[in-house]
Write a protein that binds this ligand. Structure first.
Ligand SMILES: [Zn+2]
Length: 370
């Protein structure tokens, strides 16, 4: 399991690294609302290309940076709303990735999730609800919603067009379960609750689950290769089709305190040699910065195999559920990385490690096309 809402504690919280005042991330903080992110992009003078609209009419935006050289570099983040350092890193990279290649950035693929659980609930209720505790929130769901499931600590209700749950249901509910019938093709939101992670504490984010037309509970980082897909995903693949990226970076986080990333097998030996060079150089740069790498015996899950410390091949055919963004990038376009910073590290450090991974890999990417 990579970064899908499951905590993988790895010991005590690490001491803040000395790079907390590093010039590249001194002013970086998590965005509280998606509107704050859009505001920041506009203030920095970026031209926003609207790729489509989330169900709340939030624009999904792409920004072009870098130079004119092809192939393009594609950077995205924010499909899992608790993983906010990736979003901040994607925003910073718009200005701070120095390259002649075209750079396209979708900094947040789940605007509703970023704006938090109370906000997501307001889409069903028609007003922003007030509650402070999980018990109060559950009472509200039972009171205002049609209860679809209330057993074994799992509560799921339907309010308006949407499902709301008290906890994660991904891989916790059998595909085709009868009570999912009214949620087919719709969303379920449940609250973040990383109490020790500022920005992802209780109710601060809404985690978005998507119920497929055949009643399987998945999430926004799936559907990249399926005919039926949520609008956020379709925006992403349309942009990718128009830019044909030579390398794709998807910036995630996981519940530990170390760093790792995954890559995908490539179609040709030459492509794979370059992908491995990019991966090794990115891992070397992060290690050299003094960051804590995933321990040598760490494995993110059964569908990963280790390439070197902190670097894993991900095989989506073993995992199932179709292709995530990086799987799709590798399958259709070229090299693709899913970066996983450890949420139990200080925020700025995580942002910096994400940026460093992209910057180091891009140096090798440039070398290939020199
Ligand atoms: Zn993730």
């Amino acid at each position: 399991m990579a970064c899908i809402g499951l905590a993988i504690p790895q010991g005590l919280r690490a001491e803040p690294p000395s790079d907390d005042q590093h010039p590249s991330t001194r002013a970086v903080r998590p965005f509280n609302r998606y509107s704050d992110l859009l505001e920041t992009l506009k203030k920095r003078g970026h031209k926003l290309r609207v790729l489509g609209y989330a169900p709340d009419r939030s624009p999904i935006v792409g920004i072009k940076a870098g130079g004119d050289k092809k192939p393009a570099i594609f950077i995205s983040a924010g499909s899992h709303s608790t993983e906010q350092a990736g979003v901040a890193a994607a925003v910073e990279l718009i200005d701070k990735l120095d390259t002649k290649h075209q750079v396209y950035v979708i900094p947040c693929r789940d605007p509703i999730g970023l704006s938090g659980f109370r906000y997501a609930l307001s889409l069903g209720l028609g007003e922003v609800p007030e509650f402070e505790t999980m018990e109060q929130m559950e009472a509200l769901l039972r009171d205002r919603g049609e209860v679809l499931l209330d057993a074994d600590g799992k509560l799921l209700v339907l309010i308006g067009e949407y499902g709301y749950a008290n906890r994660g249901l991904y891989r916790k509910i059998e595909k085709g379960a009868a009570f999912l019938e009214p949620l087919k093709g719709r969303r379920i939101w449940f609250p973040s609750r990383y109490e020790d992670v500022p920005g992802s504490a209780l109710f601060e984010r809404a985690y978005t689950l998507v119920v497929t037309p055949d009643a399987e509970v998945l999430h926004i980082n799936r559907f990249h290769d399926t005919a039926w897909a949520p609008t956020e995903v379709r925006c992403t693949r349309q942009l990718m089709a128009s830019i044909n990226p030579g390398v794709t970076f998807d910036l995630h986080e996981f519940g530990g305190d170390s760093f790792w990333f995954s890559v995908r097998r490539q179609k040709t030996d030459e492509d794979e040699i370059w992908e491995r060079r990019m991966a090794s150089e990115a891992a070397r740069a992060v290690r050299a910065s003094g960051a804590k790498m995933a321990p040598d015996n760490y494995s993110p899950g059964s569908f990963f195999s280790k390439l070197e410390q902190g670097v894993f091949w991900l095989d989506p055919s073993q995992r199932g559920e179709g292709l995530n963004l990086a799987d799709f990038g590798a399958n259709r376009y070229g090299a693709a990385f899913t970066v996983e910073t450890g949420m139990r590290q200080p925020f700025k450090h995580r942002v910096r490690m994400s940026m460093l991974t992209v910057q180091a890999a891009v140096r090798v990417f440039e070398e290939r096309y020199r």
